[in-house]
Design a protein around this ligand. Structure first.
Ligand SMILES: [Zn+2]
Ligand SMILES: [Zn+2]
Length: 162
C-alpha cells in the first residue's frame, strides 16, 4: 500500500473549529476533524459531493450526511467560505486558499475567475477598523458576464474603440 502524505490542518485552524463547536455545545469528533483536514487539503473550489469523492478516494469512510452537516459548521466557524454559482450550486473554498484572492463569477457559463487586489484587502481592513469591527471572513465576489459570454450575447455590439 502506498503511503500518501496526509495534509494537516494547522493547529490554530483545528483550535478555531474546536472553539466554535464548543460554543455551540458540540464536540470536535474524529469525523469532524477528518472533514476539516480534507477541506484544508482541497485545492480550489469544491461542492459537497466533490469533497465526498476526495474523502472516499483518500480512504476515509465519510458519510454524505456528515459532510453536509459539517460544511455549514466550518463556514460558521470562519474556516470555510461558501458562494453560490450560476446554477445555484453551493461551492466552497477553504479560507487559507481564499485569503489570496477574490472571485468574478459568470452568470451564464459559471466560469469563476480568481483575482488578487491588495488594495481591496487594505480597504476592507480600513473599513473594519473604522467601525471597530473584528472580521472573521471576507467574501469577495462580483457576479456578471465574462468576456466570452458578453460577445455571444451581443455579437453586434463589439466595440473597437479600445
Ligand atoms: Zn477561489
Ligand atoms: Zn461566461
Amino acid at each position: 500500500m502506498e503511503t500518501v502524505e496526509k495534509p494537516k490542518a494547522p493547529p490554530d485552524s483545528v483550535k478555531q473549529f474546536k472553539d466554535y463547536l464548543e460554543s455551540c455545545g458540540l464536540r470536535l469528533t474524529t469525523k469532524r476533524q477528518d472533514i476539516l483536514e480534507q477541506v484544508y487539503a482541497y485545492n480550489g473550489h469544491f461542492q459537497a459531493e466533490d469533497l465526498l469523492v476526495q474523502m472516499r478516494r483518500n480512504g476515509y469512510r465519510a458519510s454524505r450526511p456528515t459532510i453536509y452537516r459539517t460544511l455549514p459548521l466550518l463556514v460558521k466557524s470562519g474556516l470555510l467560505t461558501e458562494f453560490i454559482d450560476a446554477q445555484k450550486n453551493t461551492r466552497y473554498e477553504s479560507i487559507h486558499s481564499l485569503r489570496e484572492h477574490a472571485h468574478l463569477i459568470c452568470l451564464r457559463c459559471s466560469q469563476i475567475v480568481e483575482f488578487k487586489e491588495p488594495k481591496i484587502d487594505a480597504l476592507q481592513k480600513a473599513v473594519c477598523e473604522e467601525h471597530a469591527f473584528k472580521p472573521v471572513r471576507f467574501r469577495n465576489e462580483i457576479i456578471g458576464y465574462c468576456a466570452e459570454c458578453q460577445a455571444e450575447l451581443e455579437p453586434t455590439s463589439s466595440t473597437t474603440d479600445a
